[in-house]
Write a protein that binds this ligand. Structure first.
Ligand SMILES: NC(=O)c1ccc[n+]([C@@H]2O[C@H](COP(=O)([O-])OP(=O)(O)OC[C@H]3O[C@@H](n4cnc5c(N)ncnc54)[C@H](O)[C@@H]3O)[C@@H](O)[C@H]2O)c1
Length: 312
């Protein structure tokens, strides 16, 4: 009864389900909420029997009510991969705006601290490299990716407004590309796409000439950073990601080597507004949270590859 209680929206998703695991391990009472539009109940099936865990189905953009006390809210509900938010543009805008508003209202009513999941996409196609938190970004609001990027930018703005106007305890994490077990093979992001193609014996599809860069963070590192940020007293955005940057072409070659496959790389046109480079500046996370990633891409990829193999 004395356990701290935490609500995790998007709790049946890739990151949300790992957060459920982590907070249970730390001794919290965890309440997960999800409408399963991109999540999967299998991600939290192993927790359903526990008496310190509960799950309820609901759309956070409509309404969110949790009886009893709440100490923390982690708002992670949102389509997160381009194919998902391009398919569900209105839901994406709603969950970043109305969903965040509902969570902030609940946090205020309960006197809870809230952490919202923002993204490196707030930097858009960045003109500053690497990206630090003071950079305002380069986003096309009416382009296809704008539904996600602007939803997250609004999310940050309303969260800061609740902090300054209502003195709510808020935290904002800007998450850079994260990967690991429980990602969906078909979610369209480069890493599961490449691993899926290699596992099925298909050629790997690179969009553009492959010179665009990304920086991939293993989920255990990210979860540690989020945990530390929640418990810190820092209300402004903090980048959490792995600065180890690689071009998409080199990354495809790395996957071919890792999976010991003979596949070729084939090239297709670059989607509109695809960012050309991505690398977090993590000075703030190091200084404020004492955090930096520990798991190399080689190690993280092996774990993820084994997971995907077991899924096929
Ligand atoms: N994975 C990454 O690399 C990454 C990078 C930046 C930001 N993020 C953010 O982290 C969060 C989680 O991303 P993920 O990769 O785990 O994606 P995911 O799709 O696996 O998880 C999102 C979860 O939210 C749920 N959801 C969506 N809309 C909802 C709604 N209206 N009400 C209730 N539940 C809803 C989905 O069903 C799903 O379970 C998202 O907010 C995303 O924007 C992720």
């Amino acid at each position: 009864m004395n356990k701290k209680r935490v609500l995790i929206t998007g709790g049946a998703g890739f990151l949300g389900s790992h957060l459920c695991d982590r907070f249970l391990k730390e001794g919290y009472y965890v309440i997960a909420m999800d409408n399963l539009i991109t999540g999967n109940i299998k991600n939290i099936e192993h927790l359903m029997h526990r008496d310190d865990f509960e799950y309820f189905h609901g759309d956070v953009s409509n309404y969110v009510h949790v009886p009893g006390k709440l100490d923390y809210i982690l708002h992670f509900a949102s389509p997160a991969s381009p194919i998902d938010y391009l398919k569900m543009p209105i839901q994406t805008l709603k969950v970043g705006s109305l969903g965040t508003h509902n969570c902030l209202g609940l946090a205020r009513a309960k006197g809870a601290r809230i952490l919202v999941a923002s993204t490196s996409e707030v930097y858009g196609d960045p003109t500053v490299h690497p990206q630090d938190e003071s950079y305002w970004g380069n986003v096309n609001p009416i382009g296809p990716r704008g539904v996600y990027d602007e939803a997250k930018r609004f999310q940050e703005a309303i969260t800061m407004a609740y902090h300054t106007y209502h003195k709510l305890e808020t935290r904002i994490v800007r998450i850079f590309n994260t990967y690991g077990p429980r990602m969906r093979l078909n979610d369209g992001r480069a890493l599961p796409a490449f691993l899926g193609q290699a596992l099925r014996g298909e050629d790997l599809t690179v969009f553009g000439d492959g010179s665009q860069t990304r920086s991939f963070c293993f989920m255990d590192d990210l979860i540690e950073g989020i945990y530390r940020l929640l418990l810190s007293d820092y209300p402004y955005p903090v980048n959490i990601g792995n600065p180890d940057e690689i071009s998409i072409k080199e990354f495809a070659e790395e996957i071919i080597k890792l999976t010991n496959s003979n596949q070729k790389i084939i090239y297709k046109p670059l989607p509109q507004d695809d960012p050309m480079q991505r690398q977090p500046n993590i000075t703030k996370a190091k200084e404020i949270l004492g955090w930096e990633p520990k798991i190399s891409r080689e190690e993280g990829l092996k774990i993820t590859y084994e997971y995907f193999k077991s899924q096929l």
